[in-house]
Design a protein. Structure first.
Length: 194
């Protein structure tokens, strides 16, 4: 039995529809149809699409934080945790091929619309950036930790964009391997210092 409320189901459906169809092309009626509720019940929970967007961004931020915490627990070394970030491309490859990166596509669309929630959506990237910077700092790269964090974040976004454009799963796997190969010298350098 699910403990999810109607509001939770609306946010979940909106999140998927925003990802698959885009924020601008997702109407109240499409979300209400996906949840199978009346428009009146829908409006009881949300008065505007912007309210739903805010809820979706907040859920994504909470879920991203949970993923980062999981990687912290599971990864023994900073390089292990960075590889977890890199391998998210493999874990999400089917969705990425079809719709791109959920964070990148939302941030890009909101930027094009000059939407008021753009800064909130960008916090998703900031969470990854801050977390990656911390991992590179722990690898002994304090001076260029942010630069390295941005490099791997940008590279993963480029892979997601091109994999979506070309629907190429082989490309994703090839680039994940290359990113892991790129990380190896940083890991080995940290090991030698210990």
């Amino acid at each position: 039995m699910s403990n999810k409320t109607t509001r939770d189901h609306i946010v979940e459906a909106a999140d998927q529809l925003f990802y698959r169809q885009g924020f601008e092309h997702t109407s109240f009626s499409k979300i209400a149809d996906a949840v199978q509720i009346s428009r009146g019940n829908f409006y009881y929970h949300f008065k505007s699409k912007d309210e739903i967007l805010d809820a979706v961004i907040n859920v994504r931020l909470a879920n991203t934080q949970k993923i980062l915490e999981k990687w912290e627990i599971e990864g023994q070394q900073p390089a292990d945790r960075i590889r977890s970030f890199i391998h998210i491309l493999i874990g999400n490859r089917v969705k990425i091929k079809r719709h791109g990166c959920p964070v990148g596509t939302l941030c890009t669309e909101l930027a094009k619309l000059n939407h008021a929630s753009q800064a909130e959506a960008n916090k998703l990237f900031t969470l990854f950036r801050t977390w990656l910077r911390r991992q590179f700092t722990l690898l002994g790269r304090k001076a260029d930790a942010d630069e390295l964090a941005m490099h791997i974040l940008a590279r993963s976004q480029g892979v997601a964009t091109l994999a979506n454009a070309f629907h190429d799963e082989k490309f994703i796997k090839q680039e994940v391997k290359r990113m892991c190969d790129w990380l190896r010298p940083y890991e080995e350098s940290a090991t030698r210092k210990v």
